[in-house]
Design a protein around this ligand. Structure first.
Ligand code: DX5
Ligand code: ZN
Length: 215
């Protein structure tokens, strides 16, 4: 069932060897997967720093057909939406834990740019925070974090699975994506609860995810 065309895989470049990013992007292109997940971190919202818009622009400039799925783990996503749009982002996902003012301001920017938009929630965040946004804005997907964001290679947190089911029942048309600790086994669990999109970091770049799963 994971091989179903209805299942989407998003390789997270954060998990690649930082000294060999070109090869990592090429691995995604060769795999036949048409999207790449860029984890953008500011050292405030999460305890790590990663890439900026320049990196997105370089990936987009070199591989223009690769769709950029940009996951903003930033305290001020609104400051970086325009630079990532200019860099070629295809979808921008921001966190629902931020203040209503900042989330709303960011959603407006994305709506004005007609950019695909996602909202993410951390393992400790209740699904309720999403409801007002899902009901009032054109949100393409929800990213259910299955690790505490900040680092690749962490263990999947099973207790987030009921949130996937709750969202699936309430919003059957919204794509549910799981991010963190995904491999064939945890994706199978997520699939059973209603997720159809999976970010794969360590399992994709470090080889544990069998190629037959996504090829
Ligand atoms: C975590 C990031 C994830 C992460 C996934 O902060 O949002 O996208 O890189 O990596 P794995 O699959 O290794 O947990
Ligand atoms: Zn991510």
């Amino acid at each position: 069932m994971l091989k179903s065309p209805a299942v989407e895989w998003l390789p997270s470049i954060l998990a690649a060897d930082p000294l060999d990013l070109r090869n990592a992007v090429e691995k995604v292109v060769r795999s036949g997967i048409k999207q790449i997940h860029l984890d953008i971190m500011d050292g405030h919202f999460v305890p790590n720093i990663s890439f900026g818009p320049q990196f997105a622009e370089n990936v987009h400039g070199t591989y223009p057909s690769l769709f950029l799925d940009v996951h903003l783990m930033l305290t001020r996503p609104d400051d970086f939406i325009d630079p990532f749009l200019e860099a070629g982002a295809g979808r921008i996902v921001l966190h629902a834990e931020l203040s209503k003012r900042i989330v709303t301001r960011s959603l407006k920017q994305l709506r004005n740019a007609a950019c695909l938009t996602g909202l993410a929630i951390n393992p400790a965040t209740n699904v309720d925070v999403l409801f007002p946004y899902l009901e009032n804005w054109a949100i393409d997907r929800v990213l259910i974090m299955s690790v505490h964001p900040g680092f690749s290679g962490q263990e999947f947190i099973t207790s987030v699975l009921p949130k996937v089911k709750m969202l699936k029942m309430r919003y059957p048309d919204i794509t549910l994506c799981m991010d963190g600790g995904i491999n064939s086994e945890t994706a199978t669990q997520g699939f059973a609860y209603g997720a159809r999109s999976f970010v794969v970091g360590a399992s994709f770049f470090q080889g544990q995810l069998a190629q037959e799963t996504y090829a």
